[in-house]
Design a binder for this molecule. Structure first.
Ligand code: MN
Length: 244
């Protein structure tokens, strides 16, 4: 299967997991939360050809990692995939929004300067602003909105911008998540887990659990699970033809 957004480096036993992830998933997008983590993770994960590491600076750690902003921008050139980046406007992180904005705008602008990147994007509580920033940089590449939870209006705007969406089992457990997913075009969706942060029955979702979404999405879209599964592979090949 495909997991287009997980924090593979943050599982307690990440190193032991790698061979099984490599075997069970045809593609795992291992997002990182800081440029230094990107460099270290890229070295360790290099032997695994089905695991792809993204360059990120997570908005929740904007304050702690702001000193790595120059490194983030400098590394875009060598990064095929970018993520996790974005903005978080929820109560817990709102106080760092000005710093988050500076970081997000800088990395999106650099993606545009480097000819565009596939970007896995966090937008919780700041959906409209994330989309406004992306709209300012139309050559930044393809945004993949991870676990999107914006309003109907935000969703329309995102689709208008050409955004893709990654959808996981945890998102689809909530009726609000299913409501959003039901409206997505099957050609613009990829599975994700957001593990180990996203849980199932109190345990972290594993990268291969992303495949669970195919049945639920099939129900929402009126398609057989197998058709959805095939569509996800087609989508992957469309979005990242050189990696899939
Ligand atoms: Mn995440």
């Amino acid at each position: 299967m495909i997991d287009f957004h997980c924090h593979l480096d943050l599982y307690p036993n990440a190193l032991e997991l790698l061979p099984e992830v490599e075997r069970r998933n045809r593609f795992t997008f291992a997002v990182t939360t800081s440029p230094r983590a990107f460099l270290a993770t890229s070295r360790v994960f290099a032997p695994y050809r089905h695991i792809h590491v993204g360059l990120g600076l997570h908005p929740e750690v904007a304050q702690a990692k702001a000193g790595e902003l120059d490194q983030l921008v400098a590394l875009v050139r060598q990064a095929t995939l970018v993520g996790e980046i974005g903005l978080d406007g929820t109560a817990r992180f709102r106080h760092t929004l000005s710093l988050q904005r500076k970081i997000f705008s800088a990395v999106v602008a650099e993606c545009a300067a480097q000819g565009g990147r596939v970007m896995s994007i966090h937008s919780r509580g700041a959906e409209a602003e994330v989309l406004a920033t992306l709209a300012l940089h139309p050559n930044a590449g393809t945004p993949v909105l991870h676990w999107f939870s914006g309003s109907q209006r935000d969703l329309s705007k995102a689709v208008e911008l050409g955004a893709w969406f990654s959808v996981g089992p945890a998102m689809l457990r909530a009726s609000s998540g299913r409501q959003i997913a039901s409206q997505l075009s099957p050609e613009r969706v990829l599975p994700e887990t957001d593990g180990p942060f996203a849980l199932h029955q109190g345990r972290p979702l594993m990268p291969w659990d992303a495949s669970e979404v195919c049945g639920t999405l099939g129900g929402l879209w009126g398609l057989p699970e197998e058709t959805v599964r095939e569509q996800m592979v087609t989508n992957l090949q469309t979005l990242v033809p050189t990696l899939a």
